[in-house]
Write a protein that binds this ligand. Structure first.
Ligand code: COA
Length: 391
């Protein structure tokens, strides 16, 4: 074991849903001035899962290209982070393990702490790699963000999965050991076990997020972390993309730095391209921001990127990732754009119908409508069991 081994993200792929709802359709339904969505919260459209899609089908679709490219021989751990879990006991990752035919000599576990879960998964993965650099860990973040119809949170819904292959000598990004941590007991966003849609105190969540930015960066500095000026860009968790702007301005103010518009845009502008059309993907959101940055930025080799992960409730972490030489050859830019462009637009009625769907809890045989054209589908709920199939 040695801390001089480079560890980090070897490959990253994401998936989203079959459908997309443009915010213009939502605005036309509820009479909202579209500027509130497009400018006020910074959202253009939201991914909407088909009747036969869920966190497992998205996760498997995100992870499949990684397994196809690198094989699964070295994957001895799968960590699945989600806050829209489908079962209170069984880890969703086991379905993915099965769909992707991963080796049986593998540990699979699910992690939860709101939108922060995937960062915990990534940090735990790095620890495992440090223990045995020959192994790889498949980290998956997959979520469907769902709020009540006609609630303020509705416009920030979305869905996506990010899969990251974590290992030694990574081809994309080296993750640095230093982290800034922050935990505070707040009720800004939560979802009791008996509820399908989350509860949220919107303004409280924005305030709690900003406090967490400050707290995590303060700890990061006290741990001997980099100074603000050393970072080429910053990726924030994006419940809605405008939040990244609020967060970065808050950090600059906290550090006594200049908050002019150009400086903020240069630091975070590129990170919002995917989240603005996908919506909130909870655990996956900050890593979609990272993918958007890497896909669009000029060469970032050797230039640290600051990542801020926030999960309501709340836990936050600030850490640094540095693109390694040659990383651009390993990006999945074309596939990432295709994932976004392949979605079929819904009208408001179609979205509402999907939003209101639930499975009856009677243990009967409930086949799902065949809607997705993706590689995996949820075929039925039968005898209280989810039945998945590869297409
Ligand atoms: N043109 C441009 N901007 C407009 C506008 C218009 N026509 N109308 C409103 N806005 C702006 C507002 O000024 C505001 O901007 P500001 O925050 O910079 O002041 C923004 O749009 C949102 O308006 P607001 O009235 O605050 O919206 P809301 O009460 O519907 O709530 C959220 C917005 C984000 C709080 C709500 O969507 C929510 O609860 N989301 C879920 C929780 C969440 O995402 N939390 C984040 C931390 S995890």
């Amino acid at each position: 074991m040695s801390s001089d081994i480079a560890v980090g993200i070897h490959d990253l792929s994401f998936a989203s849903t079959e459908f997309v709802l443009p915010h213009t359709a939502l605005a036309a339904h509820n009479g909202t001035e579209i500027g509130k969505y497009h400018i006020g919260i910074g959202q253009q459209s939201m991914s909407v899962p088909a009747a036969d899609e869920d966190i497992v089908t998205m996760a498997a679709a995100a992870a499949a290209p990684l397994v196809a490219a690198h094989g699964s021989d070295r994957i001895r751990t799968v960590v699945f982070a989600t806050e829209s879990s489908i079962d209170q006991a069984k880890a969703a990752g086991i379905y993915v393990h099965s769909l992707l035919q991963l080796p049986s000599a593998c540990r699979v576990v699910e992690l939860k702490q709101a939108c922060y879960g995937a960062t915990a998964a990534l940090q735990f993965a790095l620890g495992l790699i440090r223990r045995d650099p020959a192994q790889q860990v498949l980290v998956i973040a997959s979520d469907v963000s769902k709020y009540e119809l006609d609630s303020p949170g509705e416009a920030t819904q979305g869905a996506a999965a990010v899969a990251m292959l974590v290992g030694a000598d990574p081809a994309l990004l080296r993750i640095e050991d230093r982290s800034g941590l922050f935990t505070a007991d707040v009720m800004d966003f939560w979802r009791p076990n008996y509820r399908d849609a989350a509860l949220v105190d919107g303004q409280e969540s924005i305030n709690a997020y900003l406090q967490a930015v400050e707290g995590a960066f303060k700890d990061y500095s006290e741990q001997g972390g980099r100074t603000l000026e050393e970072f080429a860009a910053f990726c924030y968790h994006q419940p809605f993309t405008k939040m990244a702007y609020k967060a970065h301005r808050h950090l600059l103010n906290y550090c006594g730095a200049d908050t002019d518009k150009e400086a903020v845009e240069a630091a975070i502008g590129l990170t919002t391209a995917y989240n603005t059309v996908i919506g909130n993907s909870y655990t996956a959101s900050v890593y979609l921001g990272l993918a958007a940055l890497l896909d669009q930025a000029d060469d970032l080799t050797g230039r640290p990127i600051g990542l801020f992960s926030y999960g309501s409730g709340s836990v936050a972490e600030f850490f640094a990732a540095t693109p390694v030489a040659g990383y651009r050859e390993h990006l999945r830019t074309k596939a990432n754009r295709a994932t976004i462009e392949r979605r079929t637009p819904l009208d408001y009625a179609g979205y509402r119908d999907l939003h209101q769907r639930t499975f009856p809890g009677d243990g009967g045989d409930h086949p799902t409508e065949a809607q997705t054209t993706g590689p995996f589908r949820l075929a039925a709920l039968r005898d209280h069991k989810r039945i998945y199939e590869a297409r």
